[in-house]
Design a protein around this ligand. Sequence first.
Ligand SMILES: [Fe+2]
Ligand SMILES: [Fe+2]
Length: 404
Amino acid sequence: MTVTEASQLTPVKSNGAASSNGARSDSEILGREHANDADAIVEISAFNTDVTSVIHAVEDNADAIFTWNYDKGERARLDRLYEKAKTSQWNSTTDLDWSIDVNPYTILDIDNEMLVPYEIDDPDSPTYKFDAKDWDELRLEAVRWRLAQFMHGEQGALLCTAKIVETVPWIDAKYYASTQVIDEARHVEVFSRYLDTKLGGGYPINPHLRLLLDDIINDSRWDMTYLGMQIMVEGLALAAFGFMYDLTSEPLLKKMLRYVMSDEARHVAFGVLSLQEIYSDMTAAEIRERQEFAFQAAVRMRDRLIQQEVWDHFGLDVREMTRLTLELPEDKKVFQRLLFSKIVPNCRKLGLLDAGDGWLREKFTEIGVIEFEHLEDTGAEFTDYDLTDGTIDDGTNFHAQICH
Ligand SMILES: [Fe+2]
Ligand SMILES: [Fe+2]
């Protein structure tokens, strides 16, 4: 490796995050003293003042990197992924039957899993006076909100992978990332179209998700784009799409999710394969910064799952609902925790869980998601999501795969 190549491979410039000597506190990482501070979580929502604005600009601090090494296949696993992506394209306009009539109230068969914990038989509970119709409306809003956040996250992925095309120094990675750009455009398009034509529109971006996407794009280091988007955001998305796929028999959404997941599994694999190489050359202090970034991203994503906007829509006290959510007993948070079932094994595979003093393992234990560490990582799993024979509703049960 030449000196120039080596300097490109070690992204040392930083911005936003303070440089780490391994001793940053939770409050420096999260901007609040405790991860479970309900007041601070709700206050972040107050920053989301531009919900009516159509444009949101984020400083992108990275250099665009040319490489004059055009040797395709130097990184064989990335090359295989690129070849796979070229033959796995689908057409969002013609491969999905947009004429299907959708009853928005019956999209999810057993969506209660996310909402049942709030059906508390206590006169002091905010939802105590909800009747059957209110619960139906709540389920519908929760679906609209969730699909809207997927859509915003997909746009984040679109921007991030366009950035990776510019910033990653390896030709095999540039080639692969370019296929992900078109994948993500298709994903934004299908979620947007489904929301607009079947559900009557979505929700603005959740402030915790927006903060996370801003942080990822704002960071100058190309490997942080990978960690934030390919591992954390996409890892959660892959698990979330899997649950929704299992819980719906609405044919359009089911087929759409199946197609999207076949792409997403490749995307997470791209992150794992690329970061394995770059992390192997990093110092302990650099790895620690990646651990902190992963923890910060995990907390932001957990915060977004509180779905504050949905509670607000029903005129419920958002602060109280946030507190209630954070204080739910562990057995009632199974669904929320399961969304981390892809992220944790991938962090383990990358060595982030146990690097240094096992700091990230401790943090994932604190937020109750460490139990998934031994599930299959997504470095190789993407083939399980293949659309091999064109059969979409192939009986695959992603929920069961994760639970067993
Ligand atoms: Fe996507
Ligand atoms: Fe993706």
